[in-house]
Write a protein that binds this ligand. Sequence first.
Ligand code: PHE
Ligand code: ZN
Ligand code: ZN
Ligand code: ZN
Length: 284
Amino acid sequence: EGTPGRLDRFSGVLPTAAAIPVVAISFEQGRALASRTGAQVSVKVDAAVGTRTTRNVLADTRIGHPDEVVVVGAHLDSVREGPGMNDNASGSAAVLQAAVRLARSNVSVRHHVRFAFWSAEELGLLGSKHHVAQLSDVEREAMRLYINLDMVGSRNFGRFIYSSPQSSQGLYPVALAALREHFRQRDLPFEERMVGGRQRTASDDASFAARGIPTLGLYTGAGERKNDAQGALFGGAVGQPFDACYHQACDTTDNVEGTVLNDMSEALFAALIASAAPDMGAKQ
Ligand code: PHE
Ligand code: ZN
Ligand code: ZN
Ligand code: ZN
């Protein structure tokens, strides 16, 4: 269904039938240690040992060249200690909003877009690692850009763009330029961080970067403290964590700053249009 050349529907939000395999996890002092053993996720929490199956949720556009794919993703799980509204309902909401907005628009994407909601990020990026691992070479090489959203509504926020361009640059430069322009036009200060080589983020973009796919990420800060320079740039409380409820029970809806969440969601959409629908970029 859907008129060729115009995106008005998705093929549906489809659970990827693939369960995340081959990992056993044991928790020690609150840290998850992953090792490859069997065919299912075996989770050991305190004395209780059980096997769990989990799923990523993917939605692909019907149109756009499948030989060039932009992937936009956020992890849907949270830690056991709290509800995870900033980490990472905020990023999930931004990705969902971008999908709905694209579907309702008249934008005709040139490139195929995949919206991804990852499972089990907090257990060691399991969902996104599984996804990239099960791709064929052809599918993996078609992925020209991955954009990650993890924690985009921190109350004492910064605005961070982190990126790993990789050797083949794909659609990365045009998306990065769109993010910069988006923030500059709105007088919203931002800080850029390059990650690469041994220096990887601790979020799902690292799964893509490890396979040579260029990545971008939007982020407003976790438990690390805002320094003087960041206070001068972004305002807010210097010496305090960007998110004082990071991985805690108080990461509720009250822990999400609506304005910065909206700013980051809008920035995501700008980057998505610029990379997946370059003909529309200037008009947006
Ligand atoms: N992935 C980390 C978590 O979920 C937080 C994080 C977000 C780290 C973005 C780096 C970049 O706890
Ligand atoms: Zn193409
Ligand atoms: Zn987390
Ligand atoms: Zn997270």
